[in-house]
Design a protein around this ligand. Structure first.
Ligand code: HMG
Ligand code: MG
Length: 298
């Protein structure tokens, strides 16, 4: 029997949050619904962050209100604080993702708090979410490098991952926010973190700035990781990590996993279709090699 590998699609959130032009809520909704039709079961839909910080995500409630939710699909949303949680609960979410980083310098730019301050801030968020029956995922950014402080000690990545795990996060997503990692560094990072958090509860989140994302994911799969974040058409970046490009493209990841004999449950042709459609909406070519290759063939 084929082994399953879970893909968490972050395109509607991580992919769109960095777009300069405001994307209409109707386009965001159409994107999420189209992704759900491809077989993806985990689609990060939006974020309830401060609209002053990320104007593109100001329509989070509108997006969720307009979304026809497909059976068996989860739609987590990013939440930075109690205010975000309140808005997310009012929108009827069943899963949130809290986020911090392994570097103070990045955290201060991204969420205006040090790592320790952010962990204190997130404790009641996780507690109240879980009390409301909402699942909580956790992100650690800058696990392989920080755009402001450079290298990040592995011990700090482990400490922050463990803190989120003890907060009750069911899964910890390890983010190479600026895509600077290489496979052996990614492998060593996973080895270090799994001494504190069970490997089944680890996910990886690679931005592809330096073209290393697939190789890094392969190295992490070899270490036993079975959850990977990805973004349709390779969209995205973090507004507070200048120069970083999008996540690994979901199509490229699915193509690799299909070839490795994993079961992802995703229809690659449908996914490439969605990638081309959203890229056209944004006025560009998909960053994904697979989408481009399929376009040439079909
Ligand atoms: P702050 O300015 O320190 O907070 O921001 P504040 O409490 O002083 O709030 C400032 C204003 O925002 C206030 O409004 C609040 O009401 C409002 P005012 O009184 O001035 O009118 N506000 C909110 N409004 C709506 N929803 C909220 C909310 N919170 C405050 N939730 C804060 C601190 C954390 C809020 C801010 O820094 C923020 O929202 N940052 C988010 C930045 C962001 O979204 N970054 C991208 C996501 S992370 C990422 O991409 C990395 C990841 O992909 C993994 C990886 O790649 O590594 C996950
Ligand atoms: Mg990201």
């Amino acid at each position: 029997m084929k082994q399953h590998l879970k893909i968490v699609e972050v395109g509607p959130r991580d992919g769109l949050q960095n777009e300069q032009q405001l994307v209409p809520a109707a386009t965001k909704i159409a994107l999420i619904e189209s992704l759900a039709m491809t077989g993806l079961k985990d689609i990060e839909a939006t974020s309830f962050v401060s609209p002053k910080w990320v104007p593109q995500m100001a329509d989070a409630a509108e997006v969720l209100a307009g979304l026809k939710r497909a059976a068996g699909v989860r739609y987590p949303v990013l939440v930075p604080n109690l205010q975000g949680l309140e808005r997310a609960l009012a929108a009827g979410v069943t899963e949130i993702a809290v986020f911090t980083a392994a570097s103070d310098a990045f955290n201060r730019k991204n969420i205006n708090a040090s790592v320790d301050e952010s962990l204190e801030r997130l404790k009641p968020v996780a507690e109240q979410a879980r009390a409301a029956g909402v699942k909580v995922r956790g992100y650690v950014s800058t696990v392989l490098g920080c755009p402001y402080q450079g290298s990040v000690p592995l011990a700090e990545v482990v400490r922050v991952s463990e803190a989120l795990f003890h907060m009750g996060c069911y899964e910890i997503s390890l983010g190479d926010t600026i895509g600077v990692g290489t496979p052996h560094a990614a492998r060593d990072m996973v080895r270090a973190v799994r001494s504190a958090v069970p490997i089944e509860q680890l996910a990886v989140h690679f931005h592809d700035t330096y073209g290393q994302a697939l190789a890094n994911i392969y190295a992490c799969i070899e270490e036993g990781v079975r959850v990977t974040d990805a973004s349709v058409a390779g969209l995205g970046g973090c507004p507070y990590a200048k120069g970083a490009t999008g996540n690994v493209a979901t199509e490229d990841l699915v193509y690799m996993l299909d070839g490795m004999g994993f079961d992802t449950g995703i229809d690659l042709d449908a996914l490439c279709h969605t990638a081309r459609w959203i890229s056209a909406e944004l006025g560009r070519e998909p960053a994904s090699r697979v989408s481009k290759a399929r376009q040439r063939v079909n």
